[in-house]
Write a protein that binds this ligand. Structure first.
Ligand code: 5GP
Length: 222
């Protein structure tokens, strides 16, 4: 039988403050990518996306737009598939972008936001599907994808250092377009929005050094 305490002890607890500061730390890279549209991968990307928008805010300019997609990962038990999108696990869309009001991906700098890049299955799926949508929209307009002026990027709070189940294209997986606030070992991360007991959660995060960053004299680092 699995030792519940062992599992509990192996989890890395992260506080809201810590996530806020990790995203603040990423601000130069976020501003360099300079998105005009944030695509939130719900639900894990919901809170990080809102923080990202704060750190992209420019005085006297409107907030960067946020749109959401909802994807879930299911074990593809017994399924036989040659599709890259279904390696190991199957991604199911429950919500996608709405193009019915004339919105298109053409000409946008689009940053996908999620909390963690684990096996990379979800991010691979999301980028592949957005690229398919873009290709279709370009065909409809009679323009080449290269001339669309569309750029995709990714922001995650954590990227796990581990072999991934799927790759990202090189125009996305590069220094400018792929932004991970932290690379982390292959551990289970407990995010605050999943907690039923935020007091316990925050206490564990503080114990593990995953709350507000302090310097060696316990002063706040800004
Ligand atoms: P993927 O394996 O496709 O990269 O990640 C799929 C999803 O699994 C993530 O968006 C996240 O919701 C969940 N996930 C993966 N690793 C962790 C983790 O360490 N902690 C939590 N809370 N969720 C995770």
């Amino acid at each position: 039988m699995t030792d519940v305490k062992e599992i509990e002890d192996s989890k890395v607890y992260i506080s809201y403050n810590h996530i806020h500061q990790l995203i603040q730390e990423s601000q130069p890279r976020l501003k360099k990518f300079n998105p005009d549209l944030l695509v939130c991968l719900a639900g894990g990307g919901l809170v990080p996306t809102r923080f990202v928008r704060t750190f992209l805010k420019e005085q006297d300019k409107p907030n960067v737009r946020i749109m959401s997609v909802a994807l879930s990962l299911y074990e593809a038990v017994g399924s036989v598939s040659t599709q890259a999108e279904t390696i190991g696990k199957e991604v199911v869309r429950s919500q996608w972008l709405d193009y019915s009001n004339g919105f298109s991906l053409i000409g946008h700098r689009i940053l996908l936001v999620d909390e963690v890049d684990d096996t990379r299955t979800t991010l691979h799926y999301a980028i592949s599907e957005l690229k398919k949508d873009l290709t279709k929209q370009c065909q409809e307009k009679g323009i080449k994808v290269e001339d669309s002026g569309t750029t995709f990027g990714i922001f995650v709070v954590h990227n796990k250092r581990k072999p991934k189940n799927a790759d990202l294209p090189s125009d996305v997986f590069n220094e400018t377009n792929y932004i991970a606030a932290r690379d982390i070992d292959d551990v289970w991360i407990a995010y605050p929005w999943e907690s039923n007991d935020i007091v316990y959660h925050t206490k564990r995060a503080i114990e593990q050094g995953n709350d507000i960053f302090l310097d060696e004299n316990n002063n706040y680092i800004k």
